[in-house]
Design a protein around this ligand. Structure first.
Ligand SMILES: [Zn+2]
Length: 258
């Protein structure tokens, strides 16, 4: 039985369905991570509960699936290092806290400065974007970060939180990405992982609208773009078509801490 204050902090009713879903989401991210090592790209169609801390859940997150999956794969010695790329509009504060002393896990969070949580934790790298940041600047900063981080960390696995709440019509996010911007974002992340030969396990993260179908469609973007990127890679391997991934450099603007 959870303490009432913790239940309020989580923000979800502690019912059997929530408990089962929370456990399944963790198992799903562990499985997706293992499948990514086998197949290159894999997904959990849940997960991304990045506000859950080691001692308690928070912000609609019960268990931190990405942090648990990182620990499991590291402890099983399936990987020597993992890179967490968290592009949900909210900072991955719980992930940062849980993995703070885990030298084999590098946490990267790119989020909106003005969004929840008010008190940010310190990831290995944080990029806090100003409210209203749109496609062009967002993608420029992301490209710069990806092309620096992947060679620097040289991970055996990337865990990618593909939260869609940076969308301009999201009810909780304060960034301004379009559908095309989200598509380009997913191509950039998965393309960069493919380019560096790093397996990537994706989780859906946040996304808020009263119309569930709208959110479901936004979450589908990462799956569709991954399929396109993987198809392109196979075509290249067969010599059918040359591809090149280019990442524009940052034009400045966001505050960056490292
Ligand atoms: Zn979020």
């Amino acid at each position: 039985m959870l303490d009432g204050a913790i239940v309020r902090r989580i923000g979800l009713p502690m019912e059997e369905a929530v408990v089962r879903r929370s456990r399944a989401a963790v198992g799903g991210t562990v499985l997706a991570s293992r499948l990514a090592l086998e197949h290159g790209v894999a997904f959990n169609t849940a997960g991304g509960s990045h506000h859950a801390f080691s001692a308690y859940g928070a912000g609609y997150c019960v268990f931190n699936d990405v942090a648990v999956a990182s620990k499991v794969l590291l402890e099983e010695r399936r990987v020597k290092s993992v890179l967490i790329i968290d592009l949900d509009v909210h900072q991955g504060d719980g992930t940062a806290e849980i993995l703070r002393r885990e030298g084999r896990a590098f946490t990267f969070s790119m989020h909106c400065e003005e969004n929840f949580p008010k008190i940010k934790q310190r990831s290995d790298r944080d990029v806090a974007l100003p409210a209203g940041t749109g496609d062009a600047e967002y993608l420029a900063v992301l490209g710069s970060e990806l092309s620096a981080l992947l060679p620097r960390v040289s991970p055996d696995l990337v865990l990618y939180n593909a939260g869609v709440d940076p969308h301009r019509e999201d009810r909780l996010g304060k960034l301004a990405l379009s559908d095309a911007g989200l598509e380009a974002r997913e191509r950039a992340v998965i393309g960069a992982c493919r380019l560096h030969g790093v397996p990537v396990a994706c989780v859906v993260g946040g996304g808020y609208d009263l119309d569930v179908e709208i959110i479901a469609r936004r979450h589908m973007i990462v799956h569709r773009q991954a399929r396109a990127v993987v198809g392109q890679t196979y075509a290249t391997a067969r010599g059918e078509r040359a591809t090149s991934e280019t990442f524009p450099t940052s034009q400045g603007g966001p505050s960056v801490s490292d």
